[in-house]
Design a binder for this molecule. Structure first.
Ligand SMILES: C[S@@+](CC[C@H](N)C(=O)[O-])C[C@H]1O[C@@H](n2cnc3c(N)ncnc32)[C@H](O)[C@@H]1O
Length: 223
């Protein structure tokens, strides 16, 4: 399977999942999320991953003056919480169905918008001024291609201002079995691979948490 076929498969599979039950595939804890519960779960992620880490994320900047981006926004679960806090929010997802749902969740936030991307770069996002923070959670754990993930990392490096943080999660469990056509199980990273990827893409991989685990979080600071 070549890269083009793989990207097409990602889009098709995630569009199908979104049509069947987007919220379940976004956060598999519940098959029947109410609006309230679904966005409360996004708010919880926001509190756990963002509010506990404001020093690294804001670096003294007023959040309302910050431009942030999110990769793999799904149905806007976390994006909505980001939009309540930051001045400008741009999100991307490979699935048009997910993006449509995310934009419905963002209707009352004119400074936040989701875009459908090609599954491996951020060319759909505005690049007229630099971004102050980038975030991605439970997305790369579904991407079976190391090349695609590294391309996103390089793209974030292109868009962030020097010193800014890209906080994201990858699959760290080495025992998972991946295959090129499986768009549910993402390729695992060792700590060493995470460090080398950062260096190749212009980042300082300053903190890492959860190596060896499904939730391997990385703090990459743009050099
Ligand atoms: C489990 S959901 C998580 C959504 C969101 N991050 C959240 O926490 O609510 C994974 C999302 O990643 C998106 N995705 C999968 N592969 C992608 C890719 N190559 N590029 C961008 N988004 C992708 C899917 O369409 C889906 O919306």
């Amino acid at each position: 399977m070549n890269l083009e076929e793989q990207l097409l498969k990602m889009r098709r599979d995630w569009d199908e999942r979104a049509k069947e039950n987007a919220r379940y595939y976004v956060a598999t804890g519940n098959e029947n999320w109410s609006d309230e519960e679904f966005f409360a779960s996004g708010q919880l992620t926001f509190e756990e991953e963002i509010l506990t880490d404001l020093e690294n994320i804001c670096q003294g900047k007023d959040p309302k003056q910050m431009r942030v981006l999110e990769i793999g926004c799904g149905a806007g679960r976390v994006t909505r919480a980001l939009a309540q806090y930051f001045g400008e929010v741009y999100a991307v997802d490979v699935s048009g169905e997910m993006v449509a749902q995310a934009n419905r969740a963002l209707e009352t936030f004119p400074h936040a918008k989701a875009f459908q991307g090609n599954g491996m770069d951020l060319s759909v996002l505005p690049d007229d001024k630099p971004y102050d923070f980038a975030f991605s959670g439970i997305v790369f754990q579904h991407i079976p291609s190391r090349e695609v993930i590294e391309n996103y990392v390089r793209e974030v490096s292109r868009l962030l201002r020097p010193g800014a943080l890209f906080k994201f999660q990858v699959q760290g469990d080495p025992s998972v079995t991946t295959s090129p056509g499986d768009t549910w199980i993402g390729v695992p990273f060792t700590d060493q691979q995470a460090v080398e990827m950062a260096e190749r893409c212009g980042f300082d991989p300053r903190y890492r948490h959860g190596a060896g685990d499904q939730y391997f979080w990385l703090w990459y600071f743009k050099k």
